[in-house]
Write a protein of this length. Structure first.
Ligand SMILES: *[C@@H]1O[C@H](CO)[C@@H](O)[C@H](O)[C@H]1NC(C)=O
Ligand SMILES: *[C@@H]1O[C@H](CO)[C@@H](O)[C@H](O)[C@H]1NC(C)=O
Ligand SMILES: *[C@@H]1O[C@H](CO)[C@@H](O)[C@H](O)[C@H]1NC(C)=O
Ligand SMILES: *[C@@H]1O[C@H](CO)[C@@H](O)[C@H](O)[C@H]1NC(C)=O
Ligand SMILES: *[C@@H]1O[C@H](CO)[C@@H](O)[C@H](O)[C@H]1NC(C)=O
Length: 353
């Protein structure tokens, strides 16, 4: 079955890198892959054979032979046209695909998964075909030219670049992506990302930058509808002022877990009741009042387990009458050799502070 075949090639390509990752990341990858596999499986089940799911021409697909080795199909409904180009072997071949006659140029998605050949996408390569979702995973793609996606500036909603070799952003004029809701880049190796790339994108709800760069410059500001900002597992070492002050009042989660953060500046985050800041498995030794009190007071939950917390005078403020230690997630331990939970610290140790 084709799913097995796909998984097999995924394994072959990346078993080594998968093995090197913390188990937590594996779970996430499985979740990501699951979405993809689920779509594939549903299709297999519905149609018996995968190949038969390729849409008939009436759906708006081009002639199958004109766009080989890409495949056009509809999913989940007949009105959603999708293009899958996993087996494309050269950039010229891909370019040629988009020179074919497309009776309907408006596609829901473009995907290229488990591809070893395509290293660059040049400007205008998609000709005038438009996409809402771009999914590229397990590829050797290094460079996406500015304007590679210029046909889709008015349509792009999601962009996912997973397990590839991308070297730098931006490869689109992000400011033109007025409908961009979700941007994910996972396991690529960029020398830096400018947080300002996302400035002013008011449809954007999710940013995921994971295992991708230790050098995120600038600040994530003016992203007024952001819900989720995930910067996990990047080897970041500090969180500067305003770094994650997106200005969104809908924000639910800022995730900085599994970095090497030893310093967090004051006024670095949005302070929205009900949101969480995940900063577990970093190198924080102290939780200074000026940084964390305004957040806990605003009703933010802070997850800080897995840090070498000294639990000295720096946290005395958590035990005053407001008892803000209650807003620290349960399970946060002190690095005192006994694994004392921060919630169970005996406040009398602060008498001499
Ligand atoms: C890619 O090629 C393989 C082997 O020829 C085939 O089984 C698979 O269906 C193709 N996939 C797509 C998406 O064209
Ligand atoms: C996209 O860029 C290519 C190459 O620069 C150009 O030829 C084409 O006209 C552009 N298309 C749009 C829709 O701007
Ligand atoms: C981070 O990226 C910037 C480019 O935006 C560069 O000037 C700087 O040297 C980089 N810093 C590190 C530590 O690599
Ligand atoms: C973080 O550091 C580890 C160990 O040096 C390295 O293997 C990994 O690639 C780095 N990750 C990023 C995103 O820079
Ligand atoms: C750890 O526990 C032992 C035994 O209860 C106690 O003697 C010691 O003082 C504790 N260490 C710290 C740093 O609290």
């Amino acid at each position: 079955m084709c799913i097995n075949k796909m998984l097999f090639s995924v394994n072959r390509l990346h078993l080594y890198s998968l093995l090197r990752m913390p188990p937590y990341s594996l779970l996430i990858i499985v979740t990501i892959l699951n979405g993809f596999i689920h779509a594939t499986m549903t299709q297999t089940i519905q149609t018996g054979r995968f190949d038969e799911s390729i849409a008939p021409k009436e759906s708006g697909c081009p002639n199958a032979e004109d766009i080989m080795p890409c495949e056009c199909y509809t999913y989940p409904s007949q009105v959603e046209l999708r293009l899958r180009c996993d087996n494309v072997t050269s950039e010229d071949e891909l370019k040629h695909v988009f020179e074919a006659y497309f009776p309907n140029k408006n596609f829901k998605s473009f995907s290229m998964n488990v591809n070893e050949y395509i290293k660059t996408l040049e400007a205008g390569i998609f000709n005038d075909v438009t996409f809402e979702d771009i999914i590229i995973s397990y590829s050797r793609l290094e460079v996406i030219a500015t304007d590679a996606f210029n046909s889709s500036y008015n349509t792009i909603k999601t962009m996912n670049f997973l397990f590839s070799d991308l070297l730098h952003l931006p490869f689109v004029n992000f400011h033109d992506l007025k409908k961009l809701q979700s941007f994910q880049i996972v396991r690529n190796s960029l020398s830096f990302i400018h947080a300002e790339t996302f400035y002013g994108l008011d449809a954007l709800e999710m940013i995921v930058i994971r295992q991708t760069t230790a050098n995120i410059t600038g600040t994530f500001q003016n992203i007024p509808n952001l819900i989720n900002l995930e910067l996990r597992d990047n080897n970041l070492t500090s969180v500067p002022t305003h770094f994650c002050k997106t200005g969104s009042t809908n924000i639910k989660k800022v995730d900085l877990a599994f970095n090497r953060i030893s310093e967090v500046a004051d006024d670095a985050f949005d302070a929205v009741a009900g949101m969480s800041i995940d900063i577990h498995f970093n190198l924080l030794t102290e939780l200074p009042e000026s940084t964390w009190r305004p957040l806990l007071e605003a009703g933010v939950t802070v997850n800080a387990f897995g840090n070498p917390l000294l639990c000295g005078c720096d946290i005395a403020w958590m035990f005053d009458s407001a008892h803000l230690v209650n807003h620290m997630s349960y399970g946060t331990e002190c690095d005192d050799g006994n694994g004392t939970l921060i919630h169970n610290v005996d406040p009398s140790i602060f008498d001499n502070c």
